[in-house]
Design a protein around this ligand. Structure first.
Ligand code: HEM
Length: 213
């Protein structure tokens, strides 16, 4: 710490912000793996590199990056709660949408990896009047179209309009997600789902820290 930084009180919001600033020193030069021979702009998850962020994405700007952390999964039809690890990537190629990818893995009580879990990919598309369109495709045979909006400058809420599923997929009917920055720097979300004949209720939540950007 340099002389002109304020003292950090352990366990306080200040401490969290200071810790995040120190992490930022490690993440600010990192980006997604890049091909050096792609004839079009590559995806960047680091706002300091690659094409400029499209003006239409300003409301989503804080999300751009790669985030990694831990969460908890629950549902009345399954055992648990279980802990999981997760990495989420929000990237852009200069056009007015974000590419999105999430990978998750189940963890035991000691934090050791049990096995890979949910994967989803998609697109976050800002619409007119602060609306948000989100398309997700899940490896389990489910696709979803969400609509939503920013709730504040650092939180975003989306809810499914349509869920479709392949013949072999489990019954999933609807979902809602709330993403938000915590202490202005970390990314947390909660997700509720209506599936397997159940009412809308929590399935996953996680707290993620920036690892790129
Ligand atoms: C971080 C993301 C997620 C994690 C870690 C996760 C984890 C789990 C776990 C551990 C189970 C119990 C069965 C098993 O061991 O596989 C489960 C069940 C299930 N999850 Fe998730 N899940 C995630 C996201 C999702 C999403 C995005 C959907 C829907 C698109 C979904 C739909 C389901 C369904 C339908 C079941 C089956 C429930 C049942 O058989 O009664 N999950 N999930």
């Amino acid at each position: 710490m340099t002389a002109n930084q304020p003292p950090v009180v352990p366990g306080s919001g200040d401490a969290a912000v200071q810790a995040a600033l120190q992490r930022a020193e490690r993440t600010r030069h990192r980006n997604l793996p890049q091909f050096d021979d792609l004839p079009i702009p590559a995806d960047t998850a680091n706002l300091r590199e690659g094409p400029n962020l499209h003006d239409d994405l300003l409301a989503l700007l804080p999300l751009v990056g790669v985030w990694r952390g831990e969460g908890e999964v629950v549902y009345p039809t399954i055992d648990g709660p279980f802990k999981f690890g997760q990495q989420i990537t929000f990237a852009h190629d200069g056009r007015p949408f974000l590419s999105y990818e999430s990978r998750a893995w189940l963890l035991d009580d000691e934090g050791a990896v049990i096995r890979p879990a949910a994967r989803e990919v998609g697109w976050w598309r800002p619409g007119p009047d602060d609306t948000l369109e989100v398309l997700l495709a899940h490896a389990t045979g489910i696709t979803e179209i969400y609509y939503g909006a920013p709730r504040t400058q650092t939180s975003w809420e989306i809810e499914t309009d349509i869920v479709t599923r392949t013949a072999s997929a489990k019954e999933v009917n609807a979902a809602k997600r709330l993403y938000g920055l915590v202490n202005g720097v970390d990314l947390a979300y909660v997700e509720e789902r209506a599936m397997m004949g159940q009412e809308m209720q929590p399935h996953t939540s996680a707290y993620l820290r920036r690892v790129v950007g």
